[in-house]
Design a protein around this ligand. Structure first.
Ligand SMILES: [Zn+2]
Length: 456
Protein backbone atom coordinates (compact mmCIF):
# COMPACT_ATOMS: atom_id res chain seq x y z
CA UNK A 1 0.00 0.00 0.00
CA UNK A 2 1.49 3.34 -1.07
CA UNK A 3 -1.53 5.47 -0.37
CA UNK A 4 -1.51 9.05 -1.49
CA UNK A 5 1.85 9.39 -3.18
CA UNK A 6 0.64 9.26 -6.75
CA UNK A 7 -2.24 11.60 -6.01
CA UNK A 8 0.17 14.06 -4.46
CA UNK A 9 2.53 13.80 -7.41
CA UNK A 10 -0.28 14.25 -9.91
CA UNK A 11 -1.62 17.27 -8.09
CA UNK A 12 1.89 18.66 -7.88
CA UNK A 13 2.33 18.79 -11.64
CA UNK A 14 3.46 16.75 -14.56
CA UNK A 15 3.80 13.03 -14.95
CA UNK A 16 7.56 13.50 -15.09
CA UNK A 17 7.79 14.91 -11.56
CA UNK A 18 5.82 11.89 -10.37
CA UNK A 19 8.36 9.50 -11.88
CA UNK A 20 10.20 8.46 -8.73
CA UNK A 21 6.93 8.17 -6.79
CA UNK A 22 5.68 5.70 -9.35
CA UNK A 23 8.47 3.24 -8.68
CA UNK A 24 6.60 0.92 -6.26
CA UNK A 25 3.66 0.67 -8.63
CA UNK A 26 5.94 0.09 -11.61
CA UNK A 27 7.79 -2.66 -9.70
CA UNK A 28 4.44 -4.20 -8.90
CA UNK A 29 3.42 -4.11 -12.59
CA UNK A 30 6.55 -6.03 -13.56
CA UNK A 31 6.07 -8.74 -10.96
CA UNK A 32 2.33 -9.00 -11.71
CA UNK A 33 3.07 -9.45 -15.39
CA UNK A 34 5.59 -12.19 -14.61
CA UNK A 35 2.99 -14.00 -12.49
CA UNK A 36 0.28 -13.50 -15.13
CA UNK A 37 2.51 -14.90 -17.91
CA UNK A 38 3.01 -18.05 -15.83
CA UNK A 39 -0.74 -18.65 -15.96
CA UNK A 40 -1.02 -20.54 -19.21
CA UNK A 41 -4.10 -19.52 -21.22
CA UNK A 42 -3.25 -20.76 -24.71
CA UNK A 43 -6.34 -20.83 -26.86
CA UNK A 44 -7.37 -23.47 -27.73
CA UNK A 45 -8.32 -24.60 -25.15
CA UNK A 46 -8.01 -21.30 -23.23
CA UNK A 47 -8.61 -22.24 -19.60
CA UNK A 48 -9.23 -18.55 -18.98
CA UNK A 49 -10.85 -19.23 -15.62
CA UNK A 50 -7.33 -19.23 -14.13
CA UNK A 51 -6.67 -15.72 -15.41
CA UNK A 52 -10.04 -14.52 -14.17
CA UNK A 53 -9.15 -15.92 -10.75
CA UNK A 54 -5.83 -14.06 -10.81
CA UNK A 55 -7.55 -10.70 -11.32
CA UNK A 56 -10.34 -11.60 -8.91
CA UNK A 57 -7.83 -12.01 -6.06
CA UNK A 58 -6.12 -8.70 -6.89
CA UNK A 59 -9.40 -6.79 -6.99
CA UNK A 60 -10.78 -8.42 -3.85
CA UNK A 61 -7.63 -7.44 -1.95
CA UNK A 62 -8.13 -3.82 -3.02
CA UNK A 63 -11.85 -3.82 -2.20
CA UNK A 64 -12.93 -3.50 -5.84
CA UNK A 65 -16.27 -5.21 -6.53
CA UNK A 66 -15.85 -7.83 -9.25
CA UNK A 67 -17.57 -10.88 -10.68
CA UNK A 68 -16.35 -13.91 -12.60
CA UNK A 69 -18.68 -15.40 -15.22
CA UNK A 70 -17.70 -18.95 -16.08
CA UNK A 71 -19.87 -19.43 -19.17
CA UNK A 72 -18.42 -22.83 -20.11
CA UNK A 73 -16.36 -25.07 -17.78
CA UNK A 74 -12.87 -23.55 -17.61
CA UNK A 75 -13.76 -20.52 -19.71
CA UNK A 76 -14.51 -17.31 -17.89
CA UNK A 77 -14.79 -13.52 -18.14
CA UNK A 78 -14.21 -11.12 -15.27
CA UNK A 79 -15.75 -7.71 -14.77
CA UNK A 80 -14.84 -5.19 -12.07
CA UNK A 81 -16.24 -1.71 -11.54
CA UNK A 82 -14.65 1.10 -9.57
CA UNK A 83 -17.25 3.76 -8.94
CA UNK A 84 -17.10 7.44 -9.71
CA UNK A 85 -19.83 9.93 -8.81
CA UNK A 86 -21.82 8.93 -11.90
CA UNK A 87 -22.01 12.41 -13.42
CA UNK A 88 -20.25 11.12 -16.55
CA UNK A 89 -20.74 7.80 -18.32
CA UNK A 90 -18.25 4.98 -17.61
CA UNK A 91 -14.98 4.10 -19.31
CA UNK A 92 -14.30 0.41 -20.05
CA UNK A 93 -10.78 -1.01 -19.95
CA UNK A 94 -11.13 -4.14 -22.08
CA UNK A 95 -8.53 -6.90 -22.37
CA UNK A 96 -8.66 -10.50 -23.52
CA UNK A 97 -7.04 -12.96 -21.13
CA UNK A 98 -6.37 -15.77 -23.63
CA UNK A 99 -3.33 -15.99 -25.90
CA UNK A 100 -2.48 -17.77 -29.13
CA UNK A 101 -0.55 -21.03 -28.73
CA UNK A 102 3.23 -21.16 -28.37
CA UNK A 103 5.62 -23.77 -29.72
CA UNK A 104 8.27 -23.87 -26.97
CA UNK A 105 10.84 -25.48 -29.29
CA UNK A 106 11.14 -22.12 -31.09
CA UNK A 107 11.66 -20.06 -27.92
CA UNK A 108 14.89 -19.18 -26.12
CA UNK A 109 13.09 -19.40 -22.74
CA UNK A 110 9.95 -21.24 -21.73
CA UNK A 111 6.93 -19.30 -23.05
CA UNK A 112 5.26 -19.65 -19.65
CA UNK A 113 8.19 -18.67 -17.44
CA UNK A 114 7.76 -14.91 -17.25
CA UNK A 115 11.55 -14.90 -17.29
CA UNK A 116 13.43 -11.61 -17.46
CA UNK A 117 16.42 -11.60 -19.79
CA UNK A 118 18.44 -8.50 -20.67
CA UNK A 119 15.73 -6.25 -19.32
CA UNK A 120 12.89 -7.91 -21.24
CA UNK A 121 10.03 -10.00 -19.87
CA UNK A 122 9.40 -13.10 -21.97
CA UNK A 123 6.16 -14.99 -22.31
CA UNK A 124 3.28 -15.84 -24.61
CA UNK A 125 0.93 -12.90 -24.29
CA UNK A 126 3.63 -10.43 -23.19
CA UNK A 127 2.45 -8.13 -25.99
CA UNK A 128 -0.89 -9.64 -26.95
CA UNK A 129 -2.19 -8.66 -24.53
CA UNK A 130 -1.25 -9.55 -21.00
CA UNK A 131 0.97 -6.48 -20.53
CA UNK A 132 -1.95 -4.19 -21.30
CA UNK A 133 -4.23 -6.31 -19.09
CA UNK A 134 -1.82 -5.78 -16.19
CA UNK A 135 -1.53 -2.03 -16.86
CA UNK A 136 -5.32 -1.74 -16.93
CA UNK A 137 -5.64 -3.73 -13.69
CA UNK A 138 -2.92 -1.65 -12.02
CA UNK A 139 -4.76 1.52 -13.04
CA UNK A 140 -7.86 0.27 -11.25
CA UNK A 141 -5.85 -0.82 -8.20
CA UNK A 142 -4.18 2.60 -7.90
CA UNK A 143 -7.51 4.40 -8.24
CA UNK A 144 -8.92 2.25 -5.45
CA UNK A 145 -5.92 2.34 -3.13
CA UNK A 146 -5.51 6.08 -3.43
CA UNK A 147 -9.27 6.74 -3.34
CA UNK A 148 -9.07 9.12 -6.29
CA UNK A 149 -12.40 10.87 -6.88
CA UNK A 150 -13.81 10.37 -10.37
CA UNK A 151 -16.82 11.47 -12.37
CA UNK A 152 -16.92 8.19 -14.27
CA UNK A 153 -17.08 4.57 -13.20
CA UNK A 154 -14.07 2.64 -14.50
CA UNK A 155 -14.94 -0.85 -15.69
CA UNK A 156 -12.27 -3.53 -16.07
CA UNK A 157 -13.45 -6.25 -18.44
CA UNK A 158 -11.27 -9.31 -19.01
CA UNK A 159 -12.65 -11.67 -21.63
CA UNK A 160 -11.96 -15.20 -22.86
CA UNK A 161 -11.52 -16.55 -26.37
CA UNK A 162 -10.62 -13.41 -28.33
CA UNK A 163 -7.93 -15.29 -30.24
CA UNK A 164 -10.37 -17.86 -31.63
CA UNK A 165 -14.11 -17.19 -31.70
CA UNK A 166 -14.82 -14.18 -29.43
CA UNK A 167 -17.21 -16.31 -27.39
CA UNK A 168 -16.22 -14.46 -24.19
CA UNK A 169 -17.24 -10.99 -25.37
CA UNK A 170 -20.17 -12.38 -27.35
CA UNK A 171 -21.51 -14.07 -24.21
CA UNK A 172 -21.08 -10.94 -22.09
CA UNK A 173 -22.86 -8.80 -24.67
CA UNK A 174 -25.68 -11.30 -25.02
CA UNK A 175 -26.22 -12.02 -21.31
CA UNK A 176 -24.83 -9.11 -19.29
CA UNK A 177 -24.67 -6.03 -21.48
CA UNK A 178 -26.56 -4.28 -18.67
CA UNK A 179 -23.28 -4.29 -16.71
CA UNK A 180 -21.47 -2.04 -19.19
CA UNK A 181 -23.68 -0.75 -21.97
CA UNK A 182 -23.96 2.64 -20.23
CA UNK A 183 -20.27 3.27 -21.05
CA UNK A 184 -19.25 6.20 -23.23
CA UNK A 185 -15.70 5.02 -23.97
CA UNK A 186 -13.63 1.87 -24.23
CA UNK A 187 -9.88 1.35 -24.42
CA UNK A 188 -8.35 -1.92 -25.59
CA UNK A 189 -5.69 -3.39 -27.90
CA UNK A 190 -5.40 -2.36 -31.54
CA UNK A 191 -3.11 0.64 -31.35
CA UNK A 192 0.63 0.53 -30.89
CA UNK A 193 3.52 2.75 -29.95
CA UNK A 194 6.71 2.37 -31.98
CA UNK A 195 10.11 3.96 -32.23
CA UNK A 196 10.56 5.52 -35.66
CA UNK A 197 13.81 5.95 -37.57
CA UNK A 198 13.58 9.70 -36.89
CA UNK A 199 14.06 8.99 -33.17
CA UNK A 200 10.55 10.20 -32.35
CA UNK A 201 8.05 7.75 -30.92
CA UNK A 202 4.83 7.21 -32.83
CA UNK A 203 1.67 6.42 -30.87
CA UNK A 204 -0.94 4.92 -33.15
CA UNK A 205 -4.44 5.08 -31.70
CA UNK A 206 -6.74 2.56 -33.30
CA UNK A 207 -9.98 4.28 -34.29
CA UNK A 208 -11.16 1.49 -36.56
CA UNK A 209 -10.19 -1.90 -37.86
CA UNK A 210 -10.73 -3.73 -41.07
CA UNK A 211 -13.32 -6.49 -40.78
CA UNK A 212 -12.53 -10.03 -41.89
CA UNK A 213 -14.80 -11.72 -44.41
CA UNK A 214 -14.10 -15.37 -45.12
CA UNK A 215 -15.20 -16.70 -48.48
CA UNK A 216 -15.25 -20.27 -49.74
CA UNK A 217 -14.78 -20.78 -53.47
CA UNK A 218 -15.83 -24.12 -54.98
CA UNK A 219 -15.18 -25.26 -58.55
CA UNK A 220 -16.87 -28.28 -60.08
CA UNK A 221 -16.22 -30.10 -63.34
CA UNK A 222 -15.85 -33.53 -64.91
CA UNK A 223 -13.46 -35.93 -63.16
CA UNK A 224 -11.34 -38.62 -64.81
CA UNK A 225 -7.96 -40.29 -65.20
CA UNK A 226 -4.92 -38.09 -64.82
CA UNK A 227 -3.46 -39.48 -68.03
CA UNK A 228 -6.13 -37.66 -70.10
CA UNK A 229 -6.19 -33.95 -69.18
CA UNK A 230 -9.59 -32.23 -68.94
CA UNK A 231 -9.30 -28.53 -69.79
CA UNK A 232 -12.35 -27.47 -67.74
CA UNK A 233 -11.77 -29.80 -64.79
CA UNK A 234 -12.56 -28.53 -61.30
CA UNK A 235 -8.90 -28.00 -60.32
CA UNK A 236 -8.17 -26.13 -63.57
CA UNK A 237 -11.17 -23.89 -63.11
CA UNK A 238 -10.23 -23.25 -59.52
CA UNK A 239 -6.63 -22.26 -60.23
CA UNK A 240 -7.75 -19.93 -63.01
CA UNK A 241 -10.27 -18.33 -60.67
CA UNK A 242 -7.67 -18.06 -57.89
CA UNK A 243 -5.18 -16.52 -60.32
CA UNK A 244 -7.72 -13.86 -61.37
CA UNK A 245 -8.30 -13.01 -57.74
CA UNK A 246 -4.57 -12.92 -56.99
CA UNK A 247 -4.05 -10.48 -59.88
CA UNK A 248 -6.95 -8.26 -58.88
CA UNK A 249 -6.88 -5.23 -56.55
CA UNK A 250 -9.98 -3.76 -54.96
CA UNK A 251 -10.52 -0.07 -55.72
CA UNK A 252 -8.70 2.50 -53.59
CA UNK A 253 -10.86 4.09 -50.91
CA UNK A 254 -9.04 6.83 -49.01
CA UNK A 255 -10.71 7.25 -45.61
CA UNK A 256 -10.35 10.64 -43.87
CA UNK A 257 -8.61 9.04 -40.84
CA UNK A 258 -6.10 7.33 -43.14
CA UNK A 259 -5.42 10.51 -45.05
CA UNK A 260 -4.76 12.30 -41.76
CA UNK A 261 -2.50 9.45 -40.61
CA UNK A 262 -0.28 9.87 -43.66
CA UNK A 263 -0.18 13.61 -43.12
CA UNK A 264 1.03 13.23 -39.50
CA UNK A 265 3.41 10.36 -39.91
CA UNK A 266 4.90 10.70 -43.39
CA UNK A 267 7.30 13.56 -42.58
CA UNK A 268 9.14 11.11 -40.33
CA UNK A 269 9.21 8.19 -42.73
CA UNK A 270 11.50 7.55 -45.65
CA UNK A 271 8.85 7.98 -48.29
CA UNK A 272 7.42 11.29 -47.08
CA UNK A 273 3.99 10.66 -48.53
CA UNK A 274 2.46 13.61 -46.70
CA UNK A 275 -0.13 14.08 -49.39
CA UNK A 276 -1.29 10.56 -50.09
CA UNK A 277 -4.26 11.74 -52.17
CA UNK A 278 -1.82 13.43 -54.57
CA UNK A 279 0.54 10.44 -54.60
CA UNK A 280 -2.33 8.15 -55.56
CA UNK A 281 -2.79 10.07 -58.81
CA UNK A 282 0.56 8.72 -60.00
CA UNK A 283 -0.09 5.43 -61.90
CA UNK A 284 3.42 4.19 -61.18
CA UNK A 285 2.99 4.64 -57.43
CA UNK A 286 -0.46 3.08 -57.60
CA UNK A 287 0.94 0.03 -59.39
CA UNK A 288 3.73 -0.44 -56.89
CA UNK A 289 1.44 -0.27 -53.85
CA UNK A 290 0.62 -3.98 -53.37
CA UNK A 291 4.21 -5.18 -53.68
CA UNK A 292 6.53 -2.39 -52.61
CA UNK A 293 4.23 -0.60 -50.19
CA UNK A 294 2.12 -3.44 -48.81
CA UNK A 295 1.71 -1.81 -45.34
CA UNK A 296 0.20 1.26 -47.07
CA UNK A 297 -1.79 -0.82 -49.51
CA UNK A 298 -3.81 -2.45 -46.73
CA UNK A 299 -4.79 0.95 -45.34
CA UNK A 300 -6.09 2.13 -48.68
CA UNK A 301 -8.26 -0.70 -49.94
CA UNK A 302 -10.04 -3.90 -49.01
CA UNK A 303 -7.85 -6.92 -49.67
CA UNK A 304 -8.10 -10.62 -50.38
CA UNK A 305 -5.59 -13.39 -49.70
CA UNK A 306 -5.96 -16.94 -51.01
CA UNK A 307 -5.11 -18.99 -47.92
CA UNK A 308 -6.27 -22.61 -48.46
CA UNK A 309 -6.47 -24.83 -51.54
CA UNK A 310 -7.95 -28.30 -51.53
CA UNK A 311 -8.59 -30.86 -54.25
CA UNK A 312 -8.06 -34.54 -54.99
CA UNK A 313 -6.67 -37.52 -53.14
CA UNK A 314 -4.38 -39.17 -55.68
CA UNK A 315 -1.77 -38.22 -58.28
CA UNK A 316 -3.59 -40.00 -61.10
CA UNK A 317 -7.21 -39.00 -60.45
CA UNK A 318 -8.72 -35.71 -61.60
CA UNK A 319 -11.28 -34.79 -58.91
CA UNK A 320 -14.69 -33.33 -59.75
CA UNK A 321 -14.52 -30.72 -57.01
CA UNK A 322 -11.87 -28.25 -55.84
CA UNK A 323 -12.07 -25.55 -53.18
CA UNK A 324 -10.16 -22.46 -52.15
CA UNK A 325 -10.57 -20.31 -49.07
CA UNK A 326 -10.18 -16.57 -49.15
CA UNK A 327 -9.35 -14.28 -46.26
CA UNK A 328 -10.78 -10.90 -47.22
CA UNK A 329 -10.33 -7.78 -45.09
CA UNK A 330 -12.82 -5.01 -45.63
CA UNK A 331 -12.41 -1.31 -44.93
CA UNK A 332 -14.92 0.38 -42.63
CA UNK A 333 -17.96 1.31 -44.70
CA UNK A 334 -17.60 -1.61 -47.11
CA UNK A 335 -20.55 -3.98 -47.41
CA UNK A 336 -19.68 -7.73 -47.37
CA UNK A 337 -22.41 -8.64 -49.91
CA UNK A 338 -21.22 -5.96 -52.33
CA UNK A 339 -17.66 -7.20 -52.00
CA UNK A 340 -18.77 -10.78 -52.69
CA UNK A 341 -20.63 -9.65 -55.82
CA UNK A 342 -17.48 -7.83 -56.96
CA UNK A 343 -15.36 -10.98 -56.48
CA UNK A 344 -17.85 -13.04 -58.48
CA UNK A 345 -17.39 -10.60 -61.36
CA UNK A 346 -13.60 -10.96 -61.09
CA UNK A 347 -13.84 -14.76 -61.21
CA UNK A 348 -16.38 -14.61 -64.03
CA UNK A 349 -17.08 -18.35 -64.14
CA UNK A 350 -20.54 -19.70 -63.34
CA UNK A 351 -19.11 -23.10 -62.45
CA UNK A 352 -17.10 -21.57 -59.66
CA UNK A 353 -19.32 -20.83 -56.68
CA UNK A 354 -18.38 -18.16 -54.16
CA UNK A 355 -20.14 -18.06 -50.80
CA UNK A 356 -19.61 -16.38 -47.47
CA UNK A 357 -18.26 -18.91 -44.96
CA UNK A 358 -17.98 -16.51 -42.05
CA UNK A 359 -18.97 -12.90 -41.83
CA UNK A 360 -17.81 -10.70 -38.99
CA UNK A 361 -20.22 -7.88 -39.88
CA UNK A 362 -19.35 -4.62 -41.58
CA UNK A 363 -16.30 -2.86 -40.13
CA UNK A 364 -16.99 0.17 -37.92
CA UNK A 365 -14.90 2.98 -36.46
CA UNK A 366 -14.92 5.73 -33.82
CA UNK A 367 -14.29 9.44 -34.25
CA UNK A 368 -10.81 10.85 -33.74
CA UNK A 369 -12.44 14.10 -32.60
CA UNK A 370 -13.68 12.83 -29.24
CA UNK A 371 -12.80 14.09 -25.77
CA UNK A 372 -10.97 10.84 -25.00
CA UNK A 373 -8.85 11.06 -28.15
CA UNK A 374 -7.87 14.59 -27.15
CA UNK A 375 -6.97 13.49 -23.63
CA UNK A 376 -4.78 10.67 -24.98
CA UNK A 377 -3.02 13.11 -27.27
CA UNK A 378 -2.28 15.64 -24.53
CA UNK A 379 -1.23 13.00 -21.97
CA UNK A 380 1.17 11.41 -24.45
CA UNK A 381 2.69 14.81 -25.21
CA UNK A 382 3.14 15.61 -21.53
CA UNK A 383 5.12 12.41 -21.02
CA UNK A 384 6.89 12.31 -24.38
CA UNK A 385 7.00 15.84 -25.80
CA UNK A 386 8.36 14.96 -29.26
CA UNK A 387 5.95 12.06 -29.75
CA UNK A 388 3.70 11.77 -32.77
CA UNK A 389 0.11 10.79 -32.10
CA UNK A 390 -2.02 9.62 -34.98
CA UNK A 391 -5.39 7.98 -35.49
CA UNK A 392 -4.81 4.62 -37.07
CA UNK A 393 -6.78 2.06 -39.01
CA UNK A 394 -5.72 -1.38 -37.82
CA UNK A 395 -5.65 -4.09 -40.46
CA UNK A 396 -6.13 -6.70 -37.72
CA UNK A 397 -9.42 -7.44 -36.01
CA UNK A 398 -10.19 -6.38 -32.45
CA UNK A 399 -13.26 -6.73 -30.27
CA UNK A 400 -13.78 -2.96 -30.45
CA UNK A 401 -15.98 -3.89 -33.41
CA UNK A 402 -18.41 -5.66 -31.08
CA UNK A 403 -18.62 -2.91 -28.48
CA UNK A 404 -19.02 -0.05 -30.95
CA UNK A 405 -22.33 -1.65 -31.93
CA UNK A 406 -23.57 -0.81 -28.40
CA UNK A 407 -22.88 2.86 -29.06
CA UNK A 408 -19.55 2.93 -27.18
CA UNK A 409 -16.63 4.88 -28.71
CA UNK A 410 -13.79 2.34 -28.71
CA UNK A 411 -10.08 2.96 -29.24
CA UNK A 412 -7.02 0.74 -29.53
CA UNK A 413 -4.31 2.12 -27.28
CA UNK A 414 -1.25 0.13 -26.21
CA UNK A 415 1.07 2.70 -24.64
CA UNK A 416 4.22 0.55 -24.39
CA UNK A 417 6.79 1.99 -26.85
CA UNK A 418 8.47 -0.84 -28.76
CA UNK A 419 11.07 -1.31 -31.44
CA UNK A 420 9.73 -2.82 -34.67
CA UNK A 421 11.80 -5.93 -33.90
CA UNK A 422 10.11 -6.54 -30.53
CA UNK A 423 6.69 -5.65 -31.94
CA UNK A 424 7.17 -8.40 -34.53
CA UNK A 425 7.28 -11.08 -31.80
CA UNK A 426 3.52 -10.70 -31.26
CA UNK A 427 1.98 -14.13 -32.05
CA UNK A 428 5.54 -15.35 -32.83
CA UNK A 429 8.42 -16.98 -30.96
CA UNK A 430 10.13 -15.10 -28.10
CA UNK A 431 7.24 -12.73 -27.54
CA UNK A 432 8.46 -10.23 -24.98
CA UNK A 433 8.09 -6.76 -23.56
CA UNK A 434 11.02 -4.59 -22.44
CA UNK A 435 10.69 -3.47 -18.82
CA UNK A 436 11.56 0.20 -19.27
CA UNK A 437 8.74 1.11 -21.69
CA UNK A 438 6.35 -1.10 -19.72
CA UNK A 439 7.16 0.89 -16.59
CA UNK A 440 6.80 4.20 -18.46
CA UNK A 441 3.41 3.13 -19.81
CA UNK A 442 1.81 2.84 -16.37
CA UNK A 443 1.80 6.54 -15.40
CA UNK A 444 0.73 7.38 -18.94
CA UNK A 445 -2.29 5.07 -18.99
CA UNK A 446 -3.18 6.11 -15.45
CA UNK A 447 -2.99 9.79 -16.38
CA UNK A 448 -5.33 9.27 -19.33
CA UNK A 449 -7.89 7.33 -17.29
CA UNK A 450 -7.72 9.81 -14.43
CA UNK A 451 -8.02 12.87 -16.72
CA UNK A 452 -10.93 11.62 -18.79
CA UNK A 453 -12.71 10.74 -15.57
CA UNK A 454 -12.12 14.01 -13.75
CA UNK A 455 -12.85 16.50 -16.56
CA UNK A 456 -16.41 17.76 -16.61
ZN1 LIG B 1 -4.95 -9.56 -28.96
Amino acid sequence: MVAGIVTAALLAGSIATAQTQWRPYQDESVSLLQRYLRIETQNPPGNEERAAQFFHELFDAAGIPNTIFEYTPGRANIIARWKGDGSRRPLILLNHVDTVRADSAQWRVSPFSGEIRDGEIYGRGALDMKSLGVLQAMTLLILARERIPLHRDIIFLGTADEEADDTGSAWMIEHHADLFRDAEYLLTEGGSAVMTASGRNLYRIGVGEKAPLWIKMTATGPGGHGSVPIPDSAPNRLVRAAARIADWQAPIHLLPAVERYFHTVAPFEENRLTDIAEALKDPEFLGSLPGKYSPYNVLLRSTVSVTMLEAGQQYNVIPDIATAKLDCRLLPGEDPQTFLTELRKVVNDDRVRLEIAHEFGPANSSSADSQLFGVIESSVHRQDSSALVAAFLDQGYTESQMYRKLGIAAYGFHPVVLSPEVLATKHGANERVPMKPLRDALPLLFDIVQKISSEK
